[in-house]
Design a protein around this ligand. Structure first.
Ligand code: ATP
Ligand code: MG
Length: 364
């Protein structure tokens, strides 16, 4: 037979899908009693309108029913008191500033995906990189810093999802095991955002400080095109970010792509390499698909003196994926674009700053 303590432990081991911690650790299991073959459990949700209510309900029931001698579950889903919620917010988040969470002392790797020109595939690269790193076991957050032209929610099929607010914390929706935040989740999709620099700075700062991604290995930031306010804000808030420059093979795009890398460097950020997107390719029947020519990526990489991390072909599979809300990188592993992209993911992982290997200077 199951004891109330065993029942509490089993229910407490269920993971809250938004907070990514166990219900026990979060203090959400209010009571757990065993009455004959019935488990009577009360779980306190963070807020009444918890979007993951039905998931938590199902998982708690399943956990209780898995215990020996239990064949019925009476589950009450209540709501935490304001005090409990404040304590939880302080426990998880502690009102830390952007600099504390992602600055020089943080172990989270921040990768900003930038370009000079618009429409070269930054958001496609950022979304797919986030999803691919998560698929390889990394804990990943994705911040859509393109305030005016946000496109990340659509690329990941979560255009209708809203973040949950728990006191000072914003809990981001999750897709493909990635926590995702975008201004698109806060505004009417049909109303253009017409903000100026200071407002955008505040928003990026708030995303970096108030969004609770949970434990992170990597935060990917999708930047708007160019070297404007958002790139500078991110550079000021996260000067230790790594920057990935995306360009097309068109050599006429090289100058402006190079400039985005140079601005990042001026802000103190490290340019880890260049990705050439929309490159020519040859299909399995030997048919060549040419569009923008060749050489742009290598040229930008040479000018910035960084590696060309790889090229992504311009293929129908990438276009279709962008429209479907399912990233192309989770598609057929034999697809040319997926094979090419996986090499880029390897190179990005390889380019991570080596931590703890610096020698300690001796002073006498
Ligand atoms: N390798 C590719 N093959 C085919 N289509 C692609 C490829 N990469 C991106 N696209 C398509 O090109 C369009 C622009 O891509 P994306 O939105 O990622 O660019 P962006 O640089 O983020 O644009 P913006 O500057 O507007 O933010 C999208 O419709 C996308 O699906
Ligand atoms: Mg974009």
């Amino acid at each position: 037979m199951t004891s109330p303590e065993e029942l509490r432990a089993a229910v407490g081991a269920v993971i809250d899908p938004e907070l990514r911690r166990s219900l026990g650790e979060l203090g959400m299991v209010e009571s757990a009693e065993v009455d004959g073959t019935t488990a009577r459990v009360t779980v306190l949700l963070t807020i009444e309108a918890c979007p993951k209510r039905s998931d938590i309900d199902a998982e708690v029931r399943a956990a209780a029913l898995a215990m020996s001698g239990i064949d019925q579950v009476e589950l009450t889903l209540g709501v935490m008191s304001v005090e409990a919620r404040k304590a939880l917010s302080a426990q998880l988040h502690g009102g830390r500033k952007a600099e504390d969470r992602f600055g020089p002392t943080s172990l989270v790797r921040v990768i900003a995906v930038s370009s000079g020109k618009g429409g070269v595939g930054k958001s496609t690269v950022a979304a797919n990189l986030a999803v691919a790193l998560a698929a390889r076991g990394q804990k990943v957050g994705l911040l859509d810093a393109d305030v005016h032209g946000f496109s990340i929610p659509g690329l990941l099929g979560i255009s209708d999802e809203k973040p949950t607010k728990v006191e000072d914390m914003i809990l981001p929706p999750r897709a493909f095991d990635v926590g995702v935040i975008s201004i698109g989740m806060f505004v009417d999709p049909h109303t253009p955002v017409s903000w100026r620099g200071p407002m955008m700075h505040r928003t990026i700062n708030q995303f970096l400080s108030d969004v609770y991604f949970g434990d992170l290995d990597v935060l990917i930031c999708d930047l708007p095109p160019g070297t404007g306010d958002v790139a500078i804000s991110l550079g000021q808030l996260v000067p230790t970010a790594d920057v990935l420059v995306v360009t097309t093979p068109q050599t006429s795009a090289s100058d402006i792509a190079e400039r985005s890398g140079l601005v990042a460097r001026q802000l103190g950020q490290r340019v880890i390499g260049v990705v050439e997107n929309m490159s020519d390719w040859t299909d399995s029947n030997g048919v060549e698909h040419t569009m923008f020519g060749a050489g742009g990526g290598a040229e930008v990489a040479a000018r910035l003196a960084v590696p060309l991390l790889g090229t992504i072909p311009l293929t129908p599979s990438v276009i279709a994926a962008g429209d479907s809300g399912i990233p192309f990188s989770v598609g057929d592993p034999a697809d040319v674009a997926v094979v090419a992209f996986n090499r880029i993911v390897d190179a990005v992982i390889e380019s991570a700053p080596k931590r703890g290997t610096a020698s300690i200077p001796l002073s006498v």
